[in-house]
Design a protein around this ligand. Structure first.
Ligand SMILES: NC(=O)c1ccc[n+]([C@@H]2O[C@H](COP(=O)([O-])OP(=O)(O)OC[C@H]3O[C@@H](n4cnc5c(N)ncnc54)[C@H](OP(=O)(O)O)[C@@H]3O)[C@@H](O)[C@H]2O)c1
Length: 340
């Protein structure tokens, strides 16, 4: 099968198209024919090993000290079709159309991949995919959708509340804006200027260009502030919350965890740090929300697998709006009348 082999840490040139052996599913695994994947921010950060120091050491030990030797295929999101199953697989069968997130298992930049049917916080989760969107769109749902759904669920948003999303134009952010709107909130999206029209188009009521305006100094108060990138000023954000408001940091650095730990319990404001929840139930909930028209994936560009290096370079220009999708040559979207 064709796959993009990750030959070195660093530049996108290390991602090379090769012919490799097609994997065989173990007893508890399904063999998935991948039709679409994504080039995500995290893929580019792993590729360069641009990770927080304390995280980079164990990750390097896991991936390979000098170059990636244990995990050779990058990519964490996919949509595709099950083409074979191991003898213990009970929930899926050949022909099922699925989508999912592979976490540290990675491996989606390839024509085929094996995944256990049992969800794992570290090694991935899948479910049947939404039936009213294409494979390209479905591949762009799992990571951002799962993070947004679980995190905003913890904030327990009430109708009419003011919600501010930092990094609103990214993968997590675009789902967060739409979900907060779905829960009945008045939503402010914060991102760079080139993404603000897109944010309005997916439902943001107000937008702020973070390069021109500091939302912690404009006198506005919010019931929920959700930081998807871990770049928001902590003290200013907490001051910008209403009484009983919630500050949610989905990508906290060590310093943020420390700040939140020290400040927690000192006021009636709730401070929540990232907590992963990659479950089949949440993927199925996202499927329902998409099929009901409540949320939809924001797709910026699509590249064929062979142009993965270009896709990574584009993500690293910081112009990406929502998601960048990777398509496989053998992609086969069912005709709209016969969608599953
Ligand atoms: N995607 C994954 O699989 C994954 C997994 C684990 C962790 N994460 C981490 O989670 C974070 C968010 O992920 P993502 O996939 O949503 O990233 P993303 O798609 O790159 O979105 C992040 C957005 O935040 C904007 N931004 C940057 N600095 C900002 C600031 N100070 N204020 C407001 N907006 C700002 C970026 O815009 P500009 O670039 O134009 O400034 C971009 O639109 C990333 O740091 C990523 O490393 C992602």
């Amino acid at each position: 099968m064709k796959a993009i082999i990750w030959t070195k840490y660093g530049s996108p040139d290390g991602l090379q198209l090769r012919e490799v052996e097609k994997p065989t599913p173990k007893d508890n695994e399904a063999l998935i024919k991948i039709y679409a994947a994504t080039a995500s921010r995290a893929d580019t950060e792993f590729r360069r090993l641009k990770l927080p120091f304390l995280f980079a050491i164990p990750i390097r030990l896991y991936l390979g000290l000098i170059r990636p030797t244990r995990i050779k295929i990058l990519g964490t999101e996919f949509a595709g079709e099950i083409v074979a199953t191991g003898k213990e697989v009970a929930q899926y069968q050949t022909g099922d159309q699925v989508y999912g997130y592979t976490g540290l298992g990675m491996g989606t930049y390839a024509e085929y991949m094996c995944l256990s049917e049992k969800p794992s916080a570290l090694l991935g989760v899948m479910s049947k995919r939404p039936t009213n969107i294409t494979y390209e769109e479905a591949a762009a749902v799992p990571f951002g959708g799962l993070e947004a759904l679980h995190s905003l669920g913890r904030a327990n948003i009430q109708r009419g509340q003011n919600v501010l999303i930092v990094g609103a134009g990214g993968s997590i952010g675009t789902y967060s804006v739409q979900l907060a709107k779905h829960y009945g909130a008045e939503v402010t999206g914060v991102d760079s200027g080139g993404k603000l029209d897109m944010l309005r188009s997916i439902g943001a009521d107000h937008v702020i260009d973070y390069k021109r305006e500091d939302y912690t100094k404009n006198g506005q108060k919010y019931d929920v502030i959700m930081d998807t990138i871990g770049g928001s000023p902590f003290a200013g954000s907490v001051r910008s919350l209403n009484e009983n408001g919630t500050y949610l940091n989905v990508n906290p650095k060590m310093i943020h965890r420390l700040q939140m730990g020290l400040a927690s319990g000192r006021s009636n404001k709730k401070l929540l740090s990232w907590e992963g929840s990659y479950t089949t139930e949440n993927l199925l909930r996202l499927k329902e929300l998409i099929e009901a028209g409540a949320i939809k994936p924001a797709i910026d560009r699509t590249y064929p697998l062979e142009q993965i290096a270009e896709a990574h370079r584009y993500v690293e220009t910081d112009q990406k709006k929502g998601n960048v999708v990777i398509t496989l040559e053998h992609i086969h979207n069912p005709p709209s009348k016969e969608k599953p």
